[in-house]
Design a protein around this ligand. Structure first.
Ligand SMILES: *[C@@H]1O[C@H](CO)[C@@H](O)[C@H](O)[C@H]1NC(C)=O
Ligand SMILES: *[C@@H]1O[C@H](CO)[C@@H](O)[C@H](O)[C@H]1NC(C)=O
Ligand SMILES: *[C@@H]1O[C@H](CO)[C@@H](O)[C@H](O)[C@H]1NC(C)=O
Ligand SMILES: *[C@@H]1O[C@H](CO)[C@@H](O)[C@H](O)[C@H]1NC(C)=O
Ligand SMILES: *[C@@H]1O[C@H](CO)[C@@H](O)[C@H](O)[C@H]1NC(C)=O
Ligand SMILES: *[C@@H]1O[C@H](CO)[C@@H](O)[C@H](O)[C@H]1NC(C)=O
Length: 402
């Protein structure tokens, strides 16, 4: 899941695009759709239904403008702030209502602090221009949940510190295109792309099972090993029905799952290693072996064919056998088991019958078997001749039906 992290290659996109963007923003300042009603927009800014722009250095703002209603703020996709000498922070809730914000520019102002939760509610944020401000550091965690494709940070007094290393990793060549520099302890300015620090790297996480697959009701131990400097924090992430205990000692953590429930088959378990440079994760799907259980067997229905719908939970896939009365059904061209969908734990399908006559009416038994067990269920089926086109067609696949 590296792609989700700020460390993805999204920004290694051609530098050319970035320049287009800078130019475009410059050109669109002050133009756009008809103005909104004047009382909706703070007096020192100008607003359209999708954009807020605050560039008046005389009547400055100290915080993000707040519009009259949540609905108006939800319509805003672009906020442009420039030349605001008292604008210094982006706090937890400042952008809370700007849910659809895509472009944010705060430039040539005094931005010094960006909260880790600043963009918590702005999942669509893509373009972020914080050029020419007073930022000395910025945490990658601010962007952890976002797909930022453009990040402009030049003209800030960024320190050449490990905390800012992720910026070099994220921007790649882009850092040179922006001529992004950082300030060393002595005060020297250095190209960010040349930043090298000892013991400052994205950590690693490796998750390994002691054995897999495992049988239902058994126990299993999973080990997560992390490495990297600074020493990462180790985080488990899963939603399980089975009981588990976690024991962590240094960079190794063990998860002991006991009395495994088959309901956890195919559940995802993730181990994450995070430090100030970034995060990596390692995941696995639980592979739990369990006997078949028929969770649904319903009345025959007619669509293009007749179908006796079933759902069966099992791992591995069971063998299907049908009985009509006490005679085993010989599957062939006109009558056969069809699996239409396989979900995490279940097989959904039909016993499909082509033009069955009343001879085939009667009691049907489904028997499902794998090496761990067997299950059986019965259903009475009545096939009636039905002119095609009058069957109970539905847009939902019928094997999902209740
Ligand atoms: C964001 O900026 C880019 C580049 O100028 C522009 O193409 C795009 O239309 C802007 N998006 C919004 C939602 O304003
Ligand atoms: C939001 O934008 C839509 C479409 O542009 C518009 O119809 C609606 O009136 C706007 N809502 C507000 C509160 O401005
Ligand atoms: C900000 O101020 C500078 C000079 O002080 C000016 O050149 C620039 O056009 C201003 N930016 C905006 C968006 O008004
Ligand atoms: C810039 O940020 C530093 C802290 O990092 C602060 O001490 C200083 O006052 C800020 N400068 C301005 C002009 O806001
Ligand atoms: C980010 O982008 C990836 C792939 O481009 C996509 O799968 C994911 O849904 C996006 N996430 C958000 C929050 O938009
Ligand atoms: C395992 O779980 C099942 C059902 O959740 C329970 O009936 C059984 O007693 C448990 N076995 C042990 C050894 O805890």
């Amino acid at each position: 899941m590296r792609a989700r992290r700020a460390g993805s290659g999204a920004l290694s996109a051609p530098g050319r695009c970035l320049w287009w963007w800078v130019v475009a923003v410059g050109l669109t300042v002050g133009s756009g759709d008809p103005w909104m009603s004047s009382e909706a927009c703070p007096s020192s800014c100008s607003c359209t239904s999708s954009r807020i722009s605050c560039v008046d250095p005389e009547r400055g703002i100290g915080a993000f403008p707040v519009l009259q209603s949540e609905a108006e703020m939800e319509n805003i996709t672009d906020i442009y702030i420039a030349n605001q000498s008292s604008f210094s922070s982006i706090n937890d809730k400042d952008l809370h209502y700007y849910k659809n914000l895509r472009n944010l520019t705060v430039t040539n102002s005094r931005l010094t602090y960006v909260s880790k939760l600043a963009f918590q509610n702005n999942l669509k944020l893509q373009y972020l221009n914080l050029k020419d401000n007073n930022l000395s550091s910025l945490s990658w965690r601010i962007f952890k949940h976002l797909n930022i494709s453009y990040l402009i940070l030049s003209g800030n007094p960024l320190h050449c510190s490990c905390e800012n290393m992720w910026i070099k990793l994220l921007l790649g060549e882009e850092a040179d295109t922006q001529e992004l520099r950082c300030i060393e302890d002595g005060g020297a300015r250095k190209l960010m792309s040349k930043l090298k620090l000892p013991n400052c790297e994205v950590p690693m996480a490796t998750l390994s099972p002691s054995k897999m697959p495992v049988k239902e009701w058994e126990n299993v131990e999973l080990f997560c090993t992390t490495s990297g400097m600074p020493r990462p924090e180790l985080i488990w992430n899963m939603a399980l029905i089975s009981n588990y205990e976690i024991e962590t000692s240094g960079q190794i953590s063990m998860m002991r799952l006991s009395n495994l429930s088959s309901l956890d088959h195919n559940s995802k378990i993730t181990c994450i290693a995070e430090n100030i440079v970034g995060g990596r994760e390692s995941s696995l799907l639980l592979d739990i072996l369990f006997p078949p259980k028929i969770t649904k067997l319903s009345d025959a229905i007619s669509d293009h064919h007749w179908c006796i719908p079933f759902s069966v939970a099992a791992n591995p896939q069971p063998h299907f056998r049908w009985y009509h009365g006490d005679k085993e059904v010989q599957e062939g061209e006109y009558i056969m088991t069809m699996i239409h969908d396989v979900t995490e734990r279940e097989y959904h399908g039909c016993l499909q019958l082509d033009n069955p006559t009343h001879v085939l009416n009667g009691m049907y038994t489904l028997e499902v078997r794998n090496e761990y067990g067997v299950d059986r269920k019965q259903i009475e089926a009545h096939f009636m001749q039905q002119p095609w086109g009058e069957g109970p067609y539905s847009s939902e696949p019928y094997y999902y039906g209740k």
